[in-house]
Design a protein around this ligand. Structure first.
Ligand SMILES: [Fe+2]
Length: 207
């Protein structure tokens, strides 16, 4: 993928998304550019492509998402089926593969599929999309601001290993605040989520 390809992708996505969604998506792309420079510069273009595509299915109404997933051949657990607001990530990955095959690959698609809920064993690339989406500067919610602050506090001159360690801690903090909110509102809280939190606490809490 070249910078020119990325410009073509941005133009194609811009033509498809309503103004408000596009403003968010472009803000996620900018936040991703910052994160990529900080953590994974060699993947800059693929990371930005993932950011541009991550909400490609978000403007399809939630109530249509379960049937859309069925039509796209995505198998849903009962918990997923009962939580339409998270399904745009699953349908988005399949639509991105279908409509933008030149810009996607398995890791980009998995990053899109997991960007709302997360999962155990995500790669740094996949975790970066989840963090860029949650921490983009247009989000004014106090919990998003606190994650953004933790990311912005990572010293750009620190050694790469240390920058990644600090990001891992910020990522764990993001999961905690995300799921604290979800638990209090009762949206999704199933065994998978708890297992995932336990996985990242083991992996990142001590770092
Ligand atoms: Fe998003």
């Amino acid at each position: 993928m070249t910078v020119y390809d990325l410009d073509r992708l941005r133009a194609a996505v811009s033509a498809r998304l309503p103004e408000r969604r596009l403003a968010h998506v472009l803000s996620v792309e900018r936040q991703m550019t910052y994160l990529a420079q900080l953590l994974l510069p060699q993947e800059m273009l693929r990371l930005r492509a993932a950011a541009l595509l991550h909400d490609i299915a978000k403007d399809i109404p939630d109530e249509q998402q379960p049937a859309l997933c069925d039509a796209l051949g995505i198998s849903l657990t009962p918990a997923e089926r009962a939580t339409p607001p998270i399904l745009h990530a699953r349908s988005g990955a399949v639509i991105a593969a279908r409509d933008f095959p030149a810009f996607t690959d398995p890791e980009i698609l998995r990053a899109i599929a997991l960007h709302t809920t997360g999962a155990s064993g995500m790669t740094l690339f996949e975790r970066m999309l989840m963090a860029a989406d949650f921490s983009e500067p247009r989000r004014q919610w106090e919990r998003c601001q606190s994650v953004r602050q933790k990311i912005m506090q990572i010293p750009r001159t620190a050694p790469l290993a240390q920058r990644r360690r600090l990001f891992d801690r910020a990522f764990l903090y993001m999961l905690e605040v995300k799921y604290d909110y979800i638990a209090t509102t009762g949206t999704v809280w199933n065994e998978d989520t708890q297992q995932m939190l336990a996985y990242y606490r083991r992996k990142f809490a001590q770092k």
